[in-house]
Design a protein around this ligand. Structure first.
Ligand SMILES: CC(C)(COP(=O)(O)OP(=O)(O)OC[C@H]1O[C@@H](n2cnc3c(N)ncnc32)[C@H](O)[C@@H]1OP(=O)(O)O)[C@@H](O)C(=O)NCCC(=O)NCCS
Length: 167
């Protein structure tokens, strides 16, 4: 397995293939294609096995409604592990490696809370952060300070790139 921090434009077909195979709809593949094309990705990581992309994770800048900060806050995802590789610990190891490499002050994500708790994410509500007015979505919204206090004074609604909202 090879952890890759330098995915290029040439890797787009591999990324699309992986995301289409992992997620039930084309939403994530389209989202990543748009973010990559508009250079709206702050960092992205891949996991390769024998020439095949079997893991992917992207980070994109977010802002907090009504707040101005120099702190770098990134949204994590979409993250995916190829279906044939799921459930064997690859996702957790990949995420740990990915988090060690990414440069940010704080991270947020919408996802499987039990999975992301394992690497230190906490309910975003603990920091006063929300994703939307939807309680179910807010319950799956998580945050991680890369240094203690990174989110101090930054409570509010987190705004992602418009493509995350399916616009
Ligand atoms: C979610 C995903 C990235 C996890 O990767 P994985 O390689 O299957 O996970 P791992 O085998 O490393 O699991 C590590 C631990 O996390 C747990 N875990 C994995 N997926 C989980 C999930 N969806 N919800 C809750 N816990 C999960 C495992 O049970 C395991 O726990 P244990 O160590 O206590 O046994 C992968 O399954 C995937 O790509 N799923 C489809 C796409 C997706 O949902 N992406 C994330 C969007 S938030």
């Amino acid at each position: 397995m090879r952890f890759d921090t330098h995915l290029t434009a040439e890797d787009s077909p591999n990324i699309e293939h992986l995301l289409l195979g992992v997620f039930p709809t084309e939403f994530e593949a389209h989202l990543v294609e748009s973010l990559r094309r508009r250079q709206a990705i702050a960092a992205e990581h891949g996991l390769w096995d024998q020439g095949a992309l079997v893991g992917y994770n992207a980070y994109s800048p977010v802002s907090i409604e009504g707040k101005s900060t120099k702190r770098q806050i990134l949204g994590v995802g979409p993250m995916a592990i190829h279906v044939d590789y799921q459930g064997a610990g690859h996702g957790l190891r990949f995420l740990e490696e990915s988090l060690k490499d990414v440069e940010a002050d704080a991270l947020v994500l919408l996802g499987h809370t039990a999975f992301y708790e394992k690497v230190g994410f906490r309910p975003a509500a603990d920091f006063g952060l929300t994703f939307s007015d939807n309680a179910e979505m807010n319950a799956a919204f998580m945050a991680l300070e890369c240094w203690k206090g990174a989110l101090d004074g930054l409570s509010g609604r987190v705004i992602y790139d418009k493509m995350f909202y399916g616009e």
